[in-house]
Design a protein around this ligand. Structure first.
Ligand SMILES: Nc1ncnc2c1ncn2[C@@H]1O[C@H](COP(=O)(O)OP(=O)(O)O)[C@@H](O)[C@H]1O
Ligand SMILES: [Mg+2]
Length: 468
């Protein structure tokens, strides 16, 4: 008797029900022999019922070599499902003892298929396992869609990553550009400052040259006349002394008396003392004026009568220190911290002048308490050396700092400073193609740093063509 099922009053053979089911399904018995192989199975796998039923060939559509399927494992009571379907099996959430697995089968169809298997044991009335039923669904489309999605997602992530990296890159380049621009800007404003300063120096230089020239001659003859005058006066005083001695022997009493009264009136003794003092002071004053005029001339004609030559900077500093030792030694201790320097191409006398001005200023900046003046040298880069004069003196007030290189700017008492030292220094350093940096703090001290190129290069003259 064939087993039947009731559907809406009609009786349908169980095999017909099984066969008409649109999901590919087959069943095996406990000897792993195929007992059912439905039409959907034939369609999906391309193996006919006639070929399969009664055989153990249900592995054949799937694998190249014989191996157990899910249904075989269930019939055999095999616990190690994972050993046969690594990574892609799970217990059925619907039926106990049923299993599900999913895998790709390259041999099925034109380009292979993803199949989802469900297998469950078949029991008899006593509950004994008499076989197993296995269904398979084609999940290729879902898998392909999933894969495409995953790929799209990966792609997207990749694109985002790439874009992020590009953005970061662009950002960095931008920051770099900004840095460079800022640097250029700084350089530009420094160059501009130097230009302004140079311009100022040039015009004041011309003025100074004119004034110096005009003053030089009269000062010259005043100086020499004062010298001569001093000689004459000495002679006159000698003569007067002789007359005074002769007074006693004057016979006419009225004459001697008048002479005595006159001597009282003009206080001859005082004149005799005071006139030489006045002459001395005048001479000193004139010497000072001459000195200023000389400075002015130096200032306007920095390179007069000098040649560029190789010189040892340390020697220049030391010989200058000898000259100013009197100015320095009562006020400060001298500290030397010399680096290892190559000889530099320079106008040596003018470099002496630079050191002289800086050291004297340093000494002047030191107050009543004893201080310290430090001279340092070093190499800045392969083209440049530097020398520093640092003092523990008064420091420079911010409002003065911007003017210290201006000619005639001085904070010193009249007669003590000409205000030309630093402007001279500035001109000399500029002539050498170097620069000066100042670091100062009121109450703590000042450090002047002079940077000088090791080799002298003539600045290109404006308006002169290179090829001519
Ligand atoms: N080392 C220093 N410490 C403090 N102030 C200084 C220093 N060097 C220069 N100065 C300031 O700069 C001014 C100008 O200096 P300078 O041109 O040498 O002229 P002078 O020394 O004749 O005043 C000085 O009057 C002083 O105010
Ligand atoms: Mg000075």
């Amino acid at each position: 008797m064939k087993p039947n099922v009731q559907i809406a009053g009609a009786e349908v053979a169980l095999s017909e029900f099984f066969d008409g089911h649109p999901v590919a399904t087959f069943a095996i018995n406990t000897r792993h022999i195929i007992i059912h192989w439905n039409r959907a199975c034939e369609q999906l796998l391309g193996w006919s019922r006639a070929d399969m039923i009664g055989t153990q060939n249900h592995w054949l559509p799937f694998y190249a070599k014989q191996r157990p399927l899910l249904s075989d494992l269930i019939v055999a009571g095999e616990q190690d499902i994972a050993g046969h379907y690594p990574g892609q099996h799970q217990r059925s959430p619907l039926i106990p003892d049923a299993w599900e697995a999913e895998d790709f089968f390259p041999n099925i169809g034109a380009s292979g298929h993803w199949l989802h298997f469900t297998a469950a044991p078949l029991h008899d009335r006593e509950g004994k396992v008499v076989g197993a039923i296995e269904t398979l669904r084609d999940v290729t489309e879902r898998r392909v869609a999933e894969n495409a999605l995953r790929k799209a997602h990966d792609n997207l992530e990749h694109v985002v990553e790439k874009r992020t990296a590009q953005l970061a890159d662009a950002n960095e380049r931008l920051a770099d550009d900004i840095r460079q621009l800022t640097e250029l800007n700084d350089q530009l404003s420094m160059a501009q400052q130097q230009l302004v300063q140079a311009e100022k120096m040039a015009s004041i230089g011309q003025l100074a040259a004119g004034v110096a020239h005009e003053i030089n001659n009269p000062i010259g003859y005043i100086f020499s006349n004062v010298g001569t005058l001093q000689g004459y006066l000495e002679q006159l005083f000698e003569m007067l002394a002789a007359y005074q001695q002769a007074e006693a022997s004057i016979g006419a009493p009225g004459v001697a008396q008048r002479l005595g009264a006159m001597r009282e009136r003009i206080d001859l003794d005082f004149l005799r003392e005071d006139i030489p003092a006045l002459m001395r002071e005048s001479r000193e004053g004139i010497v000072r004026v001459r000195h200023i005029v000389q400075d002015l001339k130096d200032f306007s004609r920095l390179d007069a009568g000098q040649d560029w030559s190789m010189a040892d900077l340390h020697q220049a500093i030391d010989s200058t220190l000898n000259i100013v030792s009197n100015e320095v030694k009562y006020r400060a201790d001298l500290v030397k911290q010399y680096g290892d320097l190559p000889e530099i191409e320079c106008l040596p006398l003018q470099i002496n002048q630079v050191v002289l001005n800086l050291v004297i200023n340093a000494a002047h900046a030191i107050g009543p308490e004893r201080g310290e003046i430090t001279l340092r040298t070093g190499v800045a880069d392969q083209h440049t050396v530097w020398l520093e004069v640092e003092d523990s003196g008064s420091g420079i007030a911010p409002e003065a700092l911007s003017r210290i290189f201006d000619p005639f700017f001085t904070t010193k008492a009249v007669g003590q400073g000409t205000g030309l030292g630093l402007s001279l220094t500035y001109g000399i350093v500029q002539k050498h193609g170097g620069r000066i940096e100042v670091d100062t703090e009121v109450g703590r001290g000042t450090r002047f740093r002079v940077l000088l190129p090791i080799r002298h290069t003539e600045p290109a003259e404006a308006g002169v063509k290179e090829h001519s």
